[in-house]
Design a protein around this ligand. Sequence first.
Ligand code: SF4
Length: 383
Amino acid sequence: MVSEARVKGWCPGAWRPMASGDGLLVRIRPHRGRLTGEQLVAVCRSAEAHGSGLVELTNRANLQLRGISEESWPALMADLADQGLIDPDPATESRRNLMLVPDWQEGDDTDVAARLLTARLADLPELPGKVGFAMDAGPAPRLTNVSADFRLERGDDSRLLVRADGRPLGTPVDSVQQAVSLMVDLAHWFVNSGGNEAGRVRRHHVPLPGWAPESAKPARATTPLQLGRHPLGAVFGLPLGRIHAAVLKTAVERSAARHVRVTPWRRLLLEGAMPQPLDGLISDNMDPRLSVDACPGAPYCEQASVATQSLAADLSQRIGSRLHVSGCSKGCATGVSAPICLVGRRGRFDLILDGRADGLPTATDLDPSDVCDYLESIDASRL
Ligand code: SF4
Protein backbone atom coordinates (compact mmCIF):
# COMPACT_ATOMS: atom_id res chain seq x y z
CA MET A 1 0.00 0.00 0.00
CA VAL A 2 2.72 2.46 0.90
CA SER A 3 4.30 2.19 -2.55
CA GLU A 4 1.20 4.03 -3.85
CA ALA A 5 2.47 6.98 -1.92
CA ARG A 6 4.91 7.64 -4.71
CA VAL A 7 2.03 8.61 -6.96
CA LYS A 8 0.84 12.20 -6.66
CA GLY A 9 -2.38 14.03 -7.40
CA TRP A 10 -4.84 12.82 -4.81
CA CYS A 11 -5.79 13.79 -1.32
CA PRO A 12 -3.62 11.68 0.97
CA GLY A 13 -5.09 9.82 3.90
CA ALA A 14 -3.83 7.36 6.46
CA TRP A 15 -4.28 4.35 4.18
CA ARG A 16 -2.79 6.18 1.24
CA PRO A 17 -0.02 8.44 2.53
CA MET A 18 1.74 10.80 0.17
CA ALA A 19 5.47 11.11 -0.40
CA SER A 20 6.67 14.54 0.61
CA GLY A 21 10.01 16.29 1.02
CA ASP A 22 10.41 14.99 4.57
CA GLY A 23 9.01 11.49 4.17
CA LEU A 24 5.45 10.22 4.04
CA LEU A 25 2.62 12.50 4.94
CA VAL A 26 -0.28 10.82 6.73
CA ARG A 27 -3.61 12.54 7.06
CA ILE A 28 -6.16 11.58 9.72
CA ARG A 29 -9.83 12.40 9.19
CA PRO A 30 -11.47 12.38 12.62
CA HIS A 31 -15.10 11.22 12.47
CA ARG A 32 -17.42 14.23 12.57
CA GLY A 33 -14.31 16.38 13.03
CA ARG A 34 -14.04 15.37 16.67
CA LEU A 35 -11.77 13.19 18.75
CA THR A 36 -11.36 12.60 22.44
CA GLY A 37 -8.61 14.31 24.39
CA GLU A 38 -7.03 10.87 24.90
CA GLN A 39 -7.10 10.17 21.17
CA LEU A 40 -5.36 13.45 20.40
CA VAL A 41 -2.71 12.77 23.03
CA ALA A 42 -2.20 9.34 21.46
CA VAL A 43 -1.83 10.95 18.02
CA CYS A 44 0.85 13.23 19.48
CA ARG A 45 2.70 10.23 20.88
CA SER A 46 2.50 8.48 17.50
CA ALA A 47 3.80 11.59 15.73
CA GLU A 48 6.84 11.52 17.98
CA ALA A 49 7.37 7.78 17.84
CA HIS A 50 6.94 7.28 14.09
CA GLY A 51 7.40 10.66 12.44
CA SER A 52 9.05 14.05 12.66
CA GLY A 53 7.04 15.03 15.76
CA LEU A 54 5.07 17.72 13.94
CA VAL A 55 1.29 17.80 13.95
CA GLU A 56 -0.50 19.94 11.38
CA LEU A 57 -4.09 21.01 11.01
CA THR A 58 -5.15 21.26 7.37
CA ASN A 59 -7.58 23.67 5.77
CA ARG A 60 -9.98 20.74 5.38
CA ALA A 61 -9.97 20.17 9.12
CA ASN A 62 -7.80 17.08 9.08
CA LEU A 63 -4.80 16.26 11.22
CA GLN A 64 -1.57 15.61 9.39
CA LEU A 65 1.58 13.83 10.53
CA ARG A 66 4.86 14.26 8.65
CA GLY A 67 8.18 12.52 8.29
CA ILE A 68 6.78 8.99 8.43
CA SER A 69 9.06 6.38 6.87
CA GLU A 70 7.89 3.36 4.92
CA GLU A 71 9.21 1.25 7.79
CA SER A 72 7.37 3.17 10.50
CA TRP A 73 4.05 3.49 8.62
CA PRO A 74 2.68 0.04 9.62
CA ALA A 75 3.32 0.75 13.32
CA LEU A 76 1.66 4.14 12.98
CA MET A 77 -1.37 2.54 11.34
CA ALA A 78 -1.57 0.03 14.17
CA ASP A 79 -1.58 2.91 16.68
CA LEU A 80 -4.29 4.75 14.76
CA ALA A 81 -6.40 1.59 14.44
CA ASP A 82 -6.10 1.05 18.22
CA GLN A 83 -7.46 4.56 18.70
CA GLY A 84 -10.32 4.01 16.22
CA LEU A 85 -8.99 6.79 14.04
CA ILE A 86 -8.84 5.06 10.68
CA ASP A 87 -11.46 3.69 8.34
CA PRO A 88 -11.69 -0.05 7.75
CA ASP A 89 -10.23 0.21 4.24
CA PRO A 90 -8.77 2.75 1.78
CA ALA A 91 -11.95 2.97 -0.31
CA THR A 92 -14.05 4.02 2.69
CA GLU A 93 -11.43 6.53 3.74
CA SER A 94 -11.28 8.19 0.34
CA ARG A 95 -15.08 8.41 0.12
CA ARG A 96 -15.41 9.94 3.59
CA ASN A 97 -14.45 13.37 2.35
CA LEU A 98 -16.85 15.16 4.61
CA MET A 99 -16.54 18.27 6.76
CA LEU A 100 -18.92 19.42 9.50
CA VAL A 101 -19.21 22.97 10.71
CA PRO A 102 -17.22 22.61 13.95
CA ASP A 103 -19.88 23.92 16.31
CA TRP A 104 -22.43 21.25 15.44
CA GLN A 105 -24.45 19.86 18.30
CA GLU A 106 -25.40 16.26 18.95
CA GLY A 107 -28.55 15.46 16.93
CA ASP A 108 -28.75 18.75 15.02
CA ASP A 109 -29.19 18.86 11.24
CA THR A 110 -25.43 19.02 10.59
CA ASP A 111 -24.80 15.99 12.79
CA VAL A 112 -27.70 13.95 11.41
CA ALA A 113 -26.75 14.75 7.80
CA ALA A 114 -23.15 13.70 8.44
CA ARG A 115 -24.24 10.40 9.97
CA LEU A 116 -26.64 9.72 7.10
CA LEU A 117 -24.05 10.44 4.43
CA THR A 118 -21.45 8.37 6.26
CA ALA A 119 -23.91 5.46 6.22
CA ARG A 120 -24.33 5.91 2.47
CA LEU A 121 -20.69 6.18 1.43
CA ALA A 122 -21.02 2.98 -0.59
CA ASP A 123 -23.77 4.64 -2.67
CA LEU A 124 -21.41 7.36 -3.87
CA PRO A 125 -19.70 7.02 -7.24
CA GLU A 126 -15.92 7.14 -7.64
CA LEU A 127 -15.24 10.85 -7.27
CA PRO A 128 -12.03 12.79 -7.92
CA GLY A 129 -9.94 12.76 -4.74
CA LYS A 130 -10.55 16.38 -3.78
CA VAL A 131 -14.34 16.39 -4.20
CA GLY A 132 -15.94 16.73 -0.78
CA PHE A 133 -19.11 17.48 1.14
CA ALA A 134 -19.71 20.25 3.68
CA MET A 135 -22.42 19.83 6.32
CA ASP A 136 -22.98 23.41 7.37
CA ALA A 137 -26.58 23.59 8.59
CA GLY A 138 -26.26 26.05 11.47
CA PRO A 139 -28.32 29.27 11.46
CA ALA A 140 -25.94 30.72 8.81
CA PRO A 141 -23.23 29.07 6.71
CA ARG A 142 -19.72 29.18 8.21
CA LEU A 143 -17.87 27.01 5.70
CA THR A 144 -18.58 29.17 2.63
CA ASN A 145 -14.88 29.90 1.99
CA VAL A 146 -13.74 26.40 2.83
CA SER A 147 -13.05 23.86 0.10
CA ALA A 148 -16.09 21.64 -0.58
CA ASP A 149 -18.19 20.69 -3.59
CA PHE A 150 -21.65 19.89 -2.27
CA ARG A 151 -22.91 21.97 0.61
CA LEU A 152 -25.78 21.58 3.04
CA GLU A 153 -26.68 25.07 4.23
CA ARG A 154 -29.51 27.08 5.72
CA GLY A 155 -31.38 29.35 3.32
CA ASP A 156 -32.23 32.97 4.07
CA ASP A 157 -35.76 31.71 4.84
CA SER A 158 -34.26 29.22 7.37
CA ARG A 159 -35.06 26.20 5.21
CA LEU A 160 -32.35 23.70 4.41
CA LEU A 161 -30.83 23.74 0.96
CA VAL A 162 -28.21 21.83 -0.98
CA ARG A 163 -25.87 23.98 -3.03
CA ALA A 164 -23.32 22.94 -5.63
CA ASP A 165 -20.11 24.86 -4.97
CA GLY A 166 -19.65 27.93 -7.17
CA ARG A 167 -23.39 28.39 -7.73
CA PRO A 168 -25.01 31.29 -5.87
CA LEU A 169 -28.29 29.47 -5.30
CA GLY A 170 -29.17 26.03 -4.00
CA THR A 171 -32.04 23.57 -4.06
CA PRO A 172 -34.42 23.78 -1.09
CA VAL A 173 -35.21 20.51 0.68
CA ASP A 174 -37.80 19.51 3.27
CA SER A 175 -35.65 17.26 5.43
CA VAL A 176 -32.08 16.22 6.16
CA GLN A 177 -32.85 12.83 4.63
CA GLN A 178 -33.90 14.50 1.40
CA ALA A 179 -30.78 16.66 1.49
CA VAL A 180 -28.46 13.67 1.78
CA SER A 181 -30.25 11.82 -1.01
CA LEU A 182 -29.93 14.91 -3.19
CA MET A 183 -26.21 15.12 -2.43
CA VAL A 184 -25.71 11.49 -3.43
CA ASP A 185 -27.73 12.05 -6.63
CA LEU A 186 -25.73 15.18 -7.45
CA ALA A 187 -22.49 13.26 -6.99
CA HIS A 188 -23.71 10.79 -9.64
CA TRP A 189 -24.83 13.63 -11.89
CA PHE A 190 -21.35 15.17 -11.57
CA VAL A 191 -19.60 11.98 -12.68
CA ASN A 192 -22.12 11.11 -15.40
CA SER A 193 -21.99 14.61 -16.90
CA GLY A 194 -18.21 14.52 -17.27
CA GLY A 195 -17.27 16.22 -14.03
CA ASN A 196 -14.24 14.03 -13.43
CA GLU A 197 -12.45 15.91 -16.17
CA ALA A 198 -13.06 19.25 -14.43
CA GLY A 199 -12.04 17.69 -11.11
CA ARG A 200 -14.18 19.96 -8.95
CA VAL A 201 -17.83 21.03 -9.06
CA ARG A 202 -16.88 24.72 -9.16
CA ARG A 203 -14.98 24.12 -12.43
CA HIS A 204 -17.69 21.94 -13.96
CA HIS A 205 -19.60 24.42 -16.11
CA VAL A 206 -22.54 22.22 -16.97
CA PRO A 207 -26.10 23.23 -16.01
CA LEU A 208 -27.45 21.38 -12.99
CA PRO A 209 -30.16 18.82 -13.75
CA GLY A 210 -33.81 19.89 -13.71
CA TRP A 211 -34.45 17.88 -10.53
CA ALA A 212 -31.99 20.15 -8.64
CA PRO A 213 -33.43 23.62 -9.29
CA GLU A 214 -31.25 26.53 -8.21
CA SER A 215 -33.90 28.62 -6.50
CA ALA A 216 -32.91 29.21 -2.86
CA LYS A 217 -30.48 31.76 -1.57
CA PRO A 218 -28.24 30.74 1.33
CA ALA A 219 -28.36 32.83 4.47
CA ARG A 220 -25.62 35.42 4.76
CA ALA A 221 -22.36 33.66 5.67
CA THR A 222 -21.01 34.09 9.16
CA THR A 223 -17.44 34.19 10.47
CA PRO A 224 -15.08 31.36 11.45
CA LEU A 225 -15.05 30.45 15.16
CA GLN A 226 -13.31 33.17 17.14
CA LEU A 227 -10.65 32.38 19.71
CA GLY A 228 -11.63 32.33 23.35
CA ARG A 229 -14.75 31.27 25.17
CA HIS A 230 -17.25 29.15 23.26
CA PRO A 231 -20.49 27.55 24.47
CA LEU A 232 -18.78 24.16 24.10
CA GLY A 233 -15.45 25.17 25.71
CA ALA A 234 -12.71 27.36 24.28
CA VAL A 235 -11.14 27.92 20.87
CA PHE A 236 -7.36 28.13 20.35
CA GLY A 237 -5.21 28.79 17.28
CA LEU A 238 -2.27 26.80 15.95
CA PRO A 239 0.48 29.11 14.68
CA LEU A 240 0.56 28.60 10.89
CA GLY A 241 -1.40 25.42 11.42
CA ARG A 242 1.40 23.35 12.90
CA ILE A 243 2.76 22.49 16.31
CA HIS A 244 5.24 20.14 17.93
CA ALA A 245 3.45 17.06 19.22
CA ALA A 246 4.95 17.38 22.70
CA VAL A 247 3.67 20.95 23.00
CA LEU A 248 0.19 20.03 21.79
CA LYS A 249 0.05 17.02 24.10
CA THR A 250 0.90 19.17 27.13
CA ALA A 251 -1.63 21.82 26.13
CA VAL A 252 -4.45 19.29 25.70
CA GLU A 253 -3.63 17.61 29.00
CA ARG A 254 -3.45 20.94 30.82
CA SER A 255 -6.75 22.09 29.37
CA ALA A 256 -8.43 18.85 30.54
CA ALA A 257 -10.45 18.89 27.31
CA ARG A 258 -12.76 15.91 27.09
CA HIS A 259 -13.07 16.21 23.32
CA VAL A 260 -11.30 18.25 20.69
CA ARG A 261 -12.85 19.47 17.46
CA VAL A 262 -10.74 20.24 14.44
CA THR A 263 -11.61 23.22 12.27
CA PRO A 264 -10.55 24.32 8.78
CA TRP A 265 -9.23 27.63 10.16
CA ARG A 266 -6.16 26.30 12.00
CA ARG A 267 -8.08 26.44 15.24
CA LEU A 268 -9.03 23.78 17.71
CA LEU A 269 -12.18 23.81 19.80
CA LEU A 270 -11.32 22.22 23.13
CA GLU A 271 -14.57 21.00 24.63
CA GLY A 272 -15.01 21.74 28.31
CA ALA A 273 -11.83 23.85 28.42
CA MET A 274 -11.57 27.32 29.88
CA PRO A 275 -10.11 30.20 27.85
CA GLN A 276 -6.57 30.48 29.21
CA PRO A 277 -3.03 30.90 27.92
CA LEU A 278 -1.68 27.53 26.79
CA ASP A 279 1.95 27.30 25.69
CA GLY A 280 2.27 26.86 21.94
CA LEU A 281 -1.36 27.75 21.18
CA ILE A 282 -2.73 31.16 20.22
CA SER A 283 -5.43 32.44 22.54
CA ASP A 284 -5.65 36.10 21.49
CA ASN A 285 -7.76 37.11 18.48
CA MET A 286 -5.32 40.00 17.86
CA ASP A 287 -2.27 37.73 17.51
CA PRO A 288 -0.64 38.72 14.18
CA ARG A 289 0.07 35.10 13.31
CA LEU A 290 -3.66 34.63 12.75
CA SER A 291 -3.48 36.84 9.67
CA VAL A 292 -0.87 34.71 7.95
CA ASP A 293 -1.35 31.63 5.80
CA ALA A 294 1.69 29.61 4.83
CA CYS A 295 2.08 26.15 3.36
CA PRO A 296 4.83 23.84 4.69
CA GLY A 297 7.25 24.94 1.93
CA ALA A 298 10.85 23.64 1.73
CA PRO A 299 12.14 21.27 2.93
CA TYR A 300 8.80 19.70 3.74
CA CYS A 301 7.26 19.79 0.28
CA GLU A 302 9.07 18.49 -2.79
CA GLN A 303 7.47 21.16 -4.97
CA ALA A 304 8.82 24.04 -2.90
CA SER A 305 12.12 25.74 -3.70
CA VAL A 306 11.77 28.22 -0.82
CA ALA A 307 11.23 28.02 2.93
CA THR A 308 7.89 29.56 3.79
CA GLN A 309 7.24 29.06 7.50
CA SER A 310 10.10 31.11 8.94
CA LEU A 311 9.49 33.97 6.48
CA ALA A 312 5.77 33.95 7.29
CA ALA A 313 6.46 34.03 11.04
CA ASP A 314 8.93 36.90 10.58
CA LEU A 315 6.63 38.92 8.29
CA SER A 316 3.66 38.47 10.60
CA GLN A 317 5.53 40.52 13.21
CA ARG A 318 6.58 43.25 10.76
CA ILE A 319 3.71 43.64 8.28
CA GLY A 320 0.33 44.49 9.71
CA SER A 321 -1.58 43.14 6.76
CA ARG A 322 -3.09 39.81 5.84
CA LEU A 323 -0.47 37.72 4.14
CA HIS A 324 -0.09 34.44 2.26
CA VAL A 325 3.33 32.83 1.79
CA SER A 326 3.19 29.93 -0.63
CA GLY A 327 5.95 27.58 -1.70
CA CYS A 328 4.57 27.47 -5.24
CA SER A 329 1.63 28.68 -7.30
CA LYS A 330 -0.55 25.79 -6.15
CA GLY A 331 -1.40 27.78 -3.02
CA CYS A 332 -2.25 24.86 -0.74
CA ALA A 333 -2.53 27.02 2.39
CA THR A 334 -5.51 29.02 1.14
CA GLY A 335 -7.51 29.55 -2.00
CA VAL A 336 -8.65 32.96 -0.80
CA SER A 337 -7.08 36.21 -2.06
CA ALA A 338 -4.71 38.02 0.28
CA PRO A 339 -3.58 41.66 0.10
CA ILE A 340 0.01 40.36 0.00
CA CYS A 341 0.79 36.99 -1.51
CA LEU A 342 4.37 35.76 -1.86
CA VAL A 343 4.92 32.77 -4.10
CA GLY A 344 8.13 30.79 -4.37
CA ARG A 345 9.65 30.19 -7.79
CA ARG A 346 13.13 28.80 -8.42
CA GLY A 347 14.41 29.73 -4.98
CA ARG A 348 13.05 33.28 -5.07
CA PHE A 349 9.69 34.94 -4.51
CA ASP A 350 7.11 36.60 -6.72
CA LEU A 351 4.80 39.16 -5.14
CA ILE A 352 1.11 39.23 -5.97
CA LEU A 353 -0.95 42.07 -4.58
CA ASP A 354 -4.56 41.38 -3.72
CA GLY A 355 -4.60 37.95 -5.21
CA ARG A 356 -4.13 34.23 -4.89
CA ALA A 357 -0.97 32.22 -5.35
CA ASP A 358 -1.84 31.59 -8.99
CA GLY A 359 -2.37 35.30 -9.70
CA LEU A 360 -0.39 37.75 -11.80
CA PRO A 361 2.73 39.02 -9.98
CA THR A 362 3.45 42.70 -9.44
CA ALA A 363 7.10 42.02 -8.68
CA THR A 364 9.17 38.95 -9.46
CA ASP A 365 12.44 37.35 -8.54
CA LEU A 366 12.72 38.74 -5.02
CA ASP A 367 15.54 37.35 -2.97
CA PRO A 368 14.12 35.70 0.20
CA SER A 369 16.42 37.80 2.37
CA ASP A 370 15.19 41.02 0.69
CA VAL A 371 11.47 40.32 0.86
CA CYS A 372 10.92 42.00 4.24
CA ASP A 373 12.81 45.14 3.19
CA TYR A 374 11.01 45.24 -0.13
CA LEU A 375 7.58 45.03 1.52
CA GLU A 376 8.54 47.74 3.98
CA SER A 377 9.79 49.91 1.10
CA ILE A 378 6.38 49.79 -0.59
CA ASP A 379 4.71 50.33 2.79
CA ALA A 380 2.93 47.00 2.60
CA SER A 381 1.33 47.53 5.99
CA ARG A 382 -1.01 50.01 4.30
CA LEU A 383 -2.12 47.53 1.64
S1 SF4 B 1 1.73 25.32 -2.21
FE1 SF4 B 1 3.26 24.21 -3.42
S2 SF4 B 1 5.03 24.18 -2.09
FE2 SF4 B 1 3.30 24.66 -0.79
S3 SF4 B 1 2.63 22.71 0.03
FE3 SF4 B 1 1.42 23.13 -1.80
S4 SF4 B 1 2.53 22.09 -3.45
FE4 SF4 B 1 3.94 22.27 -1.72
